[in-house]
Design a protein around this ligand. Sequence first.
Ligand code: FES
Ligand code: FES
Length: 155
Amino acid sequence: MELTINGQQYTVADEPARPLLYVLRDELGLTGTKFGCGAGICGACTVHVNGKATRSCQTMLATVAGAQITTIEGLADGERLHPVQQAFLELQTPQCGWCMSGQMMTAAALLAENPNPTHEEMIAAMRYNYCRCGAYARIARAVMRAAELMKEGAV
Ligand code: FES
Ligand code: FES
């Protein structure tokens, strides 16, 4: 089975019912995507599938063959951080960090679709990404800051 991840082609075992998360982490070494609940609830495993924020623990390989998959490792443009990464770094957003790649992937998908969200729209998009450290206020500020950076074209 062929997968396209971060613009690269990978050949993986043909196991259509295997969750993408396990292949990313256990086979391909793309461990930036985290295992949280394994049940589609927490958002720690969020990646992009054809640009949409998608929970990789609930995404079977059969559904992503031929799709464009992006993980946190592919979010930056070479050395140039994505505005979301830049903002999370600037505002020192993570506490333990475990939820953060999922937070950033959800935020990046939101801003790709709506580069100028209201606070309410941002909360609506981010509300199902859980942070057990409770860094929600910093996460919210960072997503709005990323929108500003995109507007300024600063990154
Ligand atoms: S690990 Fe996938 S939603 Fe929690
Ligand atoms: S920073 Fe620890 S779970 Fe969010």
